[in-house]
Design a protein around this ligand. Structure first.
Ligand SMILES: C[S@@+](CC[C@H](N)C(=O)[O-])C[C@H]1O[C@@H](n2cnc3c(N)ncnc32)[C@H](O)[C@@H]1O
Length: 188
């Protein structure tokens, strides 16, 4: 069983992430994605970003951990939630945007490109991706979870030619410029 599939680890993550959310990323997304658009969040975790997205968008939350989904459901009985792995994203639905905040670094490096290809299939024409990453070139493993760090160039190469860059910026989560976000538009 994976780390985020156990309640005690989910509780520990929620305590650790207190005070953090993706407001800065969502504010950037709002400059490019019209209100009322559909947004799928991958790896929603406790759902703080999903709450923010839902203020402006028709937001669908997802995670591969039923523990996070069930916890969120307790306080949001009508929320639109899907159990999805960020690699395979097995849904027939299409979205104007796909969003994640510090999730895709848990995919093995060769799987990131596969996830981007699948995301491209699920986006409506000119749809937008907004994803955040830890910046760097190392790879670590904690509690059986993979943490892959990316440079901007590596990230764009994983995304492939089917996207154009709308914004690519460093920001600070814990240490100076330890993170970056990529806002990419589907082309073609
Ligand atoms: C670091 S937490 C971030 C949670 C949330 N986005 C936030 O900002 O608080 C990583 C989240 O991604 C989920 N996750 C990790 N790997 C995943 C995968 N392959 N597919 C879907 N969700 C995944 C975990 O269950 C967890 O909720």
């Amino acid at each position: 069983m994976g780390y985020f599939h156990e309640r005690k680890n989910v509780d520990a993550y929620i305590r650790m992430a207190e005070g953090y959310d993706g407001r800065e990323l969502i504010d950037v997304l709002k400059m490019h994605l019209p209100a009322g658009s559909t947004v799928l969040e991958l790896g929603m975790g406790p759902g703080k970003d999903l709450d923010l997205l839902a203020e402006t968008y028709i937001a669908t939350g997802s995670d591969y951990s039923s523990v996070f989904l069930e916890l969120y459901r307790e306080t949001h009985p009508d929320a639109d939630l899907l159990k999805l792995d960020a690699l395979s994203i097995e849904t027939e639905r299409k979205f104007d945007s796909i969003y994640s905040n510090k999730v895709l670094h848990h995919l093995a490096r060769p799987d990131l490109g596969r996830s981007f290809s699948r995301q491209r299939e699920l986006l409506t024409p000119n749809g937008l991706l907004m994803h955040s990453f830890w910046h760097g070139d190392k790879q670590e493993e904690f509690h059986g979870l993979c943490f892959v760090y990316y440079t901007e160039d590596e990230l764009l190469s994983a995304a492939g030619p089917g996207f154009e860059v709308v914004a690519l910026e460093r920001y600070t989560e814990i240490d100076d410029d330890d993170s970056f976000y990529a806002l990419l538009r589907k082309t073609g």
